[in-house]
Write a protein that binds this ligand. Structure first.
Ligand code: ATR
Length: 273
């Protein structure tokens, strides 16, 4: 194996539909780098064994996806601050026989918005987050990191929203009050699966949303979700979810190879195909 050869994989369950192999293989080829990127399926009860086997087989970098983002932390020797605060790791890097855990989801979230709308002002007003799962935690962390003045977490199960608020700040809003919650908001983000192909619709009337507010859906299948369609029809700026996937991958790739790969149009087309 060449000295700079990287043996990389995504660890998850299931992983067969993951776009990560496509993305990272594209960049390895584009930049003429040495390496491979595989998909490794591991149910939760064999995660430790699978990870140990991969390390024995000289894998030296991983992405981690559902359902392991939380549990994988027990096998890390070190974490970065972001993954520590979010409570989830999505990137592993082996260096000097030590496993470093990091989280690039929050970066992916904010970078995507900034690339879509370079003039967007994080500090201009409140942000409302719909949902309180793992994705919402990363989003709330990013909002806090960007000094968003007011963060409202609106979720069906109030206690889950409360857990995020306890760690990241902000306030809890009952799901039933979401129309009220968006009244003065500058940014509305859907982090639930609602609106995704095969899932129920997100019922989020936008009549009370200010006309300048940006609407961001982290769902990217379909690319323009019904929420984004409605926002677009009202003239609100929108952000699609595909870039969050691509920019979290960009940061992970940088962790392994030390270069920032380009999120180009051909890659976007391939991922959406
Ligand atoms: P992830 O970790 O990918 O964010 P998750 O933990 O399954 O996914 O979270 C899914 C989010 O969608 C949750 O906030 C969930 O609300 P609950 O915490 O009340 O379960 C939300 N969600 C799922 N189905 C929903 C529905 N029909 N109405 C409202 N919220 C829903």
């Amino acid at each position: 194996m060449a000295h700079n050869y990287k043996k990389l994989a995504i660890l998850g369950h299931p992983v067969q539909h993951s776009k990560s192999p496509l993305i990272h293989k594209y960049w390895i080829k584009k930049y003429g780098l040495d390496g491979q990127y595989d998909a490794v399926d591991s149910p939760p009860d064999t995660l430790e064994r699978t990870l140990r086997r991969c390390l024995k087989e000289d894998y030296n970098g991983f992405n981690v996806t559902l359902p392991h983002k939380h549990s994988i932390r027990s096998y890390c020797d070190f974490f970065d601050t972001t993954s520590h605060e979010i409570g989830a790791v999505n990137t592993l890097h082996l260096k000097d026989h030590k496993l470093y855990g990091s989280n690039t989801d929050a970066y992916g979230f904010s970078k995507n918005l900034e690339m879509s709308h370079p003039d967007f002002e994080w500090g201009a007003g409140p942000a409302v987050v719909l949902g309180a799962g793992g994705a919402a935690r990363a989003v709330a962390y990013a909002l806090k990191d960007k000094n968003v003045p007011v963060i409202k977490i609106c979720n069906r199960t109030l206690s889950k929203a409360g857990n995020i608020v306890a760690d990241m700040g902000g306030s809890v809003m009952p799901w039933e009050e979401r129309t009220e919650a968006i009244k003065e908001c500058n940014l509305l983000i859907n982090t639930t699966l609602l609106g995704m192909e095969g899932q129920s619709l997100l019922e989020m009337p936008l009549e009370t949303l200010p006309s300048h507010a940006t609407v961001y859906d982290i769902v990217y299948a379909p690319l323009i979700t019904p929420l984004l369609q409605e926002a677009q029809a009202r003239g609100n700026p929108i952000v699609t979810g595909i870039g969050m996937l691509l920019y979290q991958a960009q940061q992970a790739f940088k962790t392994w190879y030390g270069i920032v790969p380009e999120v180009d149009n051909l890659l976007i087309q391939k991922v959406l195909a």
